[in-house]
Design a protein around this ligand. Structure first.
Ligand SMILES: Cc1cc2nc3c(=O)[nH]c(=O)nc-3n(C[C@H](O)[C@H](O)[C@H](O)COP(=O)(O)OP(=O)(O)OC[C@H]3O[C@@H](n4cnc5c(N)ncnc54)[C@H](O)[C@@H]3O)c2cc1C
Length: 433
């Protein structure tokens, strides 16, 4: 067995980013401690979809992650939809002519076009809580500490450049380096960028979402098999709705998006009423109306995202996942970007022999990962407006042309080439030192 590395790392936060990173680092015998604010690991009861790039990154980090994904994943259930990412429909009745057609041959709610995956890398949706539970099984006892909400970081000025983490419970921990995986409201991000940096805190995207799960039997009865069992988008004016199957087709995951100018609440998740939820989609077609009426919990999730920042690292502290680049969910690429980050970070830290070189690994990570992940955030926000007839208006031909191509650069990411580039940046900067 390979000997352990001589340095240790604190991972702040145990979500998808923290856990996939932990699995990657443990494979390379790097000593880690995960500090999680909650009393245990946990995810919300909703679905998350992974694109081909994310599935490839999982495979390259560890077979454990692929096994967890394979155990939980669900793909489109209809054989004719095997290569479809999402089937696109117009869901808004206001876009129809008097006979209910959105363009010749396409009725409101009918399939308009499919965004094809065209790859054998794989994809799929999972129930978040189940996927996280599978990842947790790969974390040995003693690696994680719970109820540890990070309050502050300090770089030690005794020449060691170690980092002291101070937690809300008044305790401290000293590590050679810290990786912030503490999500969209990250304490690590605010510390690293400074409270006055406009990018330190997430900004409201003008969109909010209702999330729901509908048993497939009920969905099939309401919508027919094709819609209930395969991934669908419904586009419309200042709103859109998406569905995809999870739990081996037993459940249809729903996210219904609507718009408002500003978010006036302190909380990002608030309870509203069924009446308000139905009112948001009152002018939509029958498919969307049925789905919205079947959703039980009218909670609203405000969608925030990060403006681009100038760096992901300072000294031996680095941001990763949503802490670095929280995105709106419109391209289904946020969590995938987190897993790619975990691959790059673990592969770079594998190269590091002594703690003094960690900062150069963080520099290489920043150089390679920041442009891609910030582009995902930017294009995702645009995609939300595209689907809601705000980017290119309601010109369906332009929307189709734009949308069928816009995900390709995310899915076809040349991971090997980019990993080689990251390692070369790391090694050439070590050579210069
Ligand atoms: C409505 C919606 C739908 C989405 N759908 C998709 C999708 O289909 N596909 C996709 O790829 N992405 C999707 N995303 C994005 C995806 O959910 C995120 O990118 C991903 O979950 C982020 O994971 P993370 O581990 O970086 O952060 P988080 O999941 O936020 O985890 C952060 C962890 O850190 C802990 N923590 C926070 N603060 C501290 C602290 N101070 N000290 C210690 N611990 C702390 C938290 O308790 C938590 O466990 C969606 C997002 C939203 C909002």
């Amino acid at each position: 067995m390979a000997t352990s590395k001589s340095f240790n790392i604190a991972i702040i936060g145990g979500g998808i980013s923290g856990l996939t990173l932990a699995i990657g680092l443990l494979q390379h015998n790097i000593s880690i401690t995960i500090y999680e604010a909650a009393p245990h690991f946990g995810e919300i009861g909703a679905g998350v979809a992974f694109g081909p790039n994310a599935v490839l990154a999982m495979k390259k980090i560890s077979p454990t992650i692929t096994a967890a994904f394979d155990k939980c994943k669900t793909v489109n259930q209809g054989p004719s939809k095997a290569n479809s990412w999402f089937t696109i429909r117009v869901g808004d009745a206001r876009k129809a002519d008097a006979d209910g057609f959105v363009k010749p041959g396409v009725k409101v709610g009918d399939a308009w076009y499919d965004v094809e995956l065209d790859t054998d890398r794989g994809n799929g949706g999972v129930y978040r809580a189940h996927f996280l539970d599978e990842l947790v099984k790969a974390i040995p006892d003693g690696v994680a500490q719970f109820g540890k909400k990070l309050k502050h970081l300090k770089i030690v000025d005794d020449g060691s450049r170690d980092v002291i983490c101070t937690f809300e419970d008044g305790t401290h921990a000293r590590h050679n380096a810290v990786i912030g995986c503490d999500g969209i409201k990250a304490t690590t991000r605010r510390w690293l960028l400074g409270e006055d940096d406009p990018a330190a805190k997430a900004v409201f995207s003008g969109k909010y979402a209702y999330r729901g799960l509908i048993p497939s039997e009920e969905a099939t009865e309401m919508l027919g098999e094709e819609v209930a069992q395969n991934s669908s988008f419904f586009f419309g004016y200042h709103g859109h709705l998406l569905t995809f199957p999870i739990e081996q087709g037993k459940t249809m995951n729903v996210v219904a998006f609507a718009s408002c100018k500003e978010w006036k609440h302190d909380q990002w998740v608030i309870r509203t009423s069924k009446e308000d939820m139905n009112a948001d989609f009152a002018e939509w077609g029958p498919h969307v109306q049925k789905i919205v009426h079947a959703m039980q919990k009218p909670d609203i999730w405000a969608l925030f995202y990060h403006l681009p920042c100038d760096t992901y690292y300072k000294g031996r502290v680095c941001l990763l996942g949503d802490a670095a680049h929280a995105s709106t969910p419109h391209q289904g690429a946020g969590a995938g970007a987190c897993i790619e980050d975990s691959l790059f970070m673990s592969e770079l830290l594998k190269e590091v022999e002594k703690k003094e070189d960690i900062e150069r690994a963080f520099k290489a990570f920043d150089e390679v990962r920041r442009p891609r992940t910030q582009k995902i955030v930017k294009t995702s926000e645009e995609a939300g407006r595209l689907y809601e007839f705000e980017l290119l208006g309601d010109d369906l031909d332009k929307i189709e042309q734009n949308q069928t191509k816009r995900q390709r650069w995310i899915w076809d990411y040349d991971v090997d080439e980019e990993l080689a580039r990251a390692k070369s940046i790391y090694h050439s900067s070590s050579a210069q030192a």
